[in-house]
Design a protein around this ligand. Structure first.
Ligand SMILES: [Zn+2]
Ligand SMILES: [Zn+2]
Length: 143
């Protein structure tokens, strides 16, 4: 917890119980929860917290680089407390997300001409496919 407080302060984010609780949940979970998943969990510690507060907290943490929004091409954003370099395996059907270690040495460096003046902060690598469960043929419909 001390560590989290320090990280928030380093990024000039005011430390509140709500922000600490949301960060602690994201650091503990590796399933890339939605805002709603986080809301359901944080409510057990802070029963008065609103969904809106959780959502706004996540957006602030994203803007300050404490959290990454994993945006597979579907409507509901998934949030990641692991901001270190890593890749994702994503199931296109059930949207299950798995973290993969990805060594910095393997990151292709973009030639300056391709950067268009950007400072790259978070290269991301995603492998799309079907998880083992979604590869099972569907059971025939009963009538
Ligand atoms: Zn799946
Ligand atoms: Zn991740």
């Amino acid at each position: 917890m001390e560590n989290l407080i320090q990280q928030l302060r380093e990024r000039r984010i005011a430390v509140t119980p709500q922000r600490l609780a949301v960060m602690a949940i994201l650091k503990n979970r590796r399933d890339h929860p939605t805002a709603d998943h986080i809301y359901q969990e944080v409510r057990r510690q802070l029963p008065a917290i609103s969904f809106n507060t959780v959502y706004k907290t996540l957006e602030i943490l994203c803007r300050r680089g404490m959290v990454i929004k994993v945006n597979p091409l579907h409507a509901v954003a998934r949030y990641d407390g692991e901001t270190g370099q890593h890749a994702h395996l994503i199931c296109r059907q059930c949207h299950h997300i798995i973290d993969l270690d990805w060594e910095a040495s393997e990151v292709p460096s973009l030639p300056a001409a391709d950067l268009h003046g950007f400072q790259v902060e978070h290269p991301s690598l995603t492998f799309w496919g079907l998880c083992p469960r979604c590869q099972q043929p569907e059971s025939p419909e009963e009538d």
